[in-house]
Design a binder for this molecule. Sequence first.
Ligand SMILES: Cc1ncc(COP(=O)(O)O)c(C=O)c1O
Length: 479
Amino acid sequence: MIRIACFWSTIRIVYIVVRTTLFSNALLLAFRHLRGLYRELVEWWRVNNLHGPVPKTTVITTPFSYGLLIAFGHIRDLFRNFIEWWSASNNLHGYAPICMNDFFTRRLYRRVQDCFNRPIASAPDSWIEVVERSYNYLGFAASDEYCTPRVIESLKKFSATTCSTRVDGGTTTLHAELEECVASFVGKEAAMVTGMGYVTNSAVLPVLIGKGGLIISDSLNHNSIVNGSRVSGASVRAFQHNSPSHLEKVLREAIAEGEGNADGQLLTHRPWKKIIVVVEGIYSMEGDLCRLTEIIAVCKKYKAYTYLDEAHTSKEVIEYLKLTCPAHLYATAISPPAAQQILSSIKVILGEDETSRGAQKLARIRENNNFFRSELQKMGFQVIRDNDSPVMPIMVYNPAKISAFSRECFKRNVAVVAVGYPAIKQLMLARVRICISASHTREDLLTALEVINQVGDLVGIKYFPAEPKKQQCKGKWWR
Ligand SMILES: Cc1ncc(COP(=O)(O)O)c(C=O)c1O
């Protein structure tokens, strides 16, 4: 008996010693990442079937590239830990680091940071002084004959900011007019305007639902929705992206099981106080349009509310939000020039400027998008999701190709938006987003397509065969 006890004590001591050495820590971390990579691989195979077949070389080289980056990252961390341990003589020794720089940020993101953080140096028109990217779908963000003089006037009349919350001194006549205009634009009785989309979701959801409630969220919803849901204290469950049938399954199961705690663990079998299904109109990283009619039909069947990011709602809810929502009560009001810009843009879209510019812009954005998307597809790029969507992701997958594509396009005066983890939940589904605007002319688009075509060949991200020459667009300009 004593011998066995001694044996186990020795094993334990050896285990503790080994466990606490730098080498074993690195091994454990590497093991954790390998496990993560394995899960990614399983997801990768699943999504591969979703987005269409990707060449076998890409399927093999993408996980291999990430594996290599992770392995090198751990070796570098090992040296870093050793050097820090060796030279640890400062008076913060023993404190936890203030900035928790995780492995991904240190060893993967920082190597390609230049592709993500290019500052802008002009108004986001069809051509911009990049150093950056911007979404300017309808081309209102640059100088506009109707909006700009009115914005300048509002700056003189109201100043650049109210420096106050809406409930104190932050509501101007412009804010009131804007809310009326937004409400009538979406065909509702009332609207509440906040300074940004992020705040709308993260501050509105927690006042609509709380403990005892259930949020059923699309698995690819924006981070502002994820955070708003967490803060609300409600239980949160996800349904497969844009799948009404899976939503129905999740809803039915949740109603049958009844109320649970925030992790969905302890079930009380009491009915949920409220159920809200949260979706987006257009998914910003995917580019697909919400299957809203089918989703609303499912929600109605089970008496669940639908929360659409691009929200529209009733006067009663707006009044409630104005009394409870922290974004209205505590955050500085939207600045008067910004309010005026939105107001004027909506008026142009509605034709209240007595021109047809608004209608032309709407037609132009759709035409530009569909032209650009179909030309990219003819060249052999894998452009995912729906026609008519202004969000246009080209799949890249490989980590080295993301930075190469972004930098090579940038050298040739085309700015693309590189999107990877954590904006995309799956590490291996990296992509670049093309932001088309109504203000782009056909020449602008052709110039960009030519550059993207060249760089696509150079970097090797044309995963599908190009369309035969005779079917290409008139002039076969890109061959
Ligand atoms: C679906 C969705 N919701 C909310 C936001 C956040 O909006 P904002 O940039 O105005 O904070 C974004 C931003 O891209 C988004 O795509």
